[in-house]
Design a binder for this molecule. Structure first.
Ligand code: DGP
Length: 122
């Protein structure tokens, strides 16, 4: 899947759409989810143009990979989530219901999150 430079997170990265920013460095931008699912719900996105976790893990440089993961940990720590705990989640593709085609990691926290995901009825 080709990267769509008009996706909403690309526009946020370019400053064309505002966001509630919590962190930014050379590799990553972090901002609050517009539709929070937990008391703390932060999105961390790489600065590079990657569609999803599949694209990012296949094609990003070592520096981008390391810088991004460091940023995720930093953001969670700064949000006060290291001690109580948090969940990181990245949706890739249709089965995971990825909505925005720019790689992002969700950080969920601020409450007991339960165990893993809710099993789908068979
Ligand atoms: P996903 O299903 O993993 O692609 O989740 C996309 C998330 O992005 C979803 O939780 C809502 C959030 N989102 C969508 N549009 C915007 C926006 O314009 N601003 C912010 N802050 N979050 C957005």
């Amino acid at each position: 899947m080709a990267y769509d430079s008009e996706n909403i997170f690309a526009k946020i990265l370019r400053g064309e759409i505002p966001c509630d920013k919590v962190f930014e460095d050379d590799h990553a931008l972090a901002f609050r989810d517009i539709n929070p699912q937990t008391p703390t719900h932060i999105l961390v996105i790489p600065k590079g143009a990657y569609v999803s976790s599949d694209d990012f893990t296949a094609n990003a440089s070592e520096a981008e990979l390391a810088g991004f993961l460091r940023a995720v940990g930093h953001v969670a720590r700064e949000a006060g989530l290291a001690a109580p705990g948090y969940r990181m989640l990245a949706n890739h593709g249709a089965d995971a219901h990825q909505e925005v085609p720019h790689f992002h990691v969700h950080i969920f926290g601020g409450q007991n999150l339960g165990r893993m995901i809710k099993p789908v009825d068979k």
